[in-house]
Design a protein around this ligand. Structure first.
Ligand SMILES: Cc1cc2nc3c(=O)[nH]c(=O)nc-3n(C[C@H](O)[C@H](O)[C@H](O)COP(=O)(O)O)c2cc1C
Length: 184
């Protein structure tokens, strides 16, 4: 079975809910590694969890997740990305599928910049970017509520993640599964 690695950072649990929803979407058809970046992975400012990086080495598809912090990915996610530079020089992650998800407090809280960063990270690694093929505002189930097709952008409504955002995350997991299956 192909392996999906879901690599994310979350403090208050919203991005974590999205990570688990992506995993549900791929369940049964992919082996899934849910990899939460923790503060303890970062020592003197550097990400040092070699086991997590090794999981990505083995994966066929990778979903990157982070809350949007000050208009971009959280520093903890960026520390992980910076630690992948050895893999970059060897293009060890080339041809894996990659997708991204983020959340914010505001509907227009610059989540696009976080997704753009994820897609550039994927391009640096020679990965194949997987966006969302659901036109915003057109889906009967309300998926892709914020109309972001580069990746999954969400925000809290009355302090909670709308069900439609979780459904979109599940769909992203399904889509990565479909693409990884085609590649295999
Ligand atoms: C330091 C910091 C910066 C933030 N910057 C943004 C931002 O630029 N845009 C936004 O919409 N929300 C911003 N937020 C809100 C978080 O994205 C939001 O609370 C998110 O749900 C946190 O994710 P988590 O529950 O996975 O930790 C910020 C929160 C913090 C703590």
């Amino acid at each position: 079975m192909p392996l999906l690695a879901i690599v994310y950072f979350s403090i208050s649990g919203t991005t974590e809910k999205l990570a688990h929803a992506v995993a549900r979407g791929a369940a049964g058809k992919m082996e899934i590694a849910v990899c939460r970046i923790s503060g303890d992975d970062i020592v003197s400012g550097r990400f040092e969890n070699e086991s997590l990086l090794g999981t990505v080495d083995r994966a066929d598809a990778v979903a990157f997740g982070s809350p949007t912090y000050m208009g971009g990915p959280a520093a903890q996610f960026k520390a992980f990305a910076d630690a992948s530079s050895d893999r970059w020089s060897e293009q060890r992650w080339a041809n894996k599928f990659a997708a991204g998800f983020t959340t914010g407090a505001c509907a227009g809280g610059d989540q696009l910049h976080t997704l753009t960063y994820f897609s550039v990270l994927a391009a640096q690694h020679g990965m194949l970017w997987c966006g969302i093929d659901i036109p915003g505002g057109e889906d009967k189930g309300g998926r892709n509520r914020l109309g972001s097709q580069l990746g999954l952008a969400t925000h809290l409504v009355d302090g909670a993640l709308p069900q439609s955002d979780l459904c979109t995350a599940e769909y992203l997991g399904q889509r990565l599964t479909m693409l990884a299956g085609r590649n295999g």
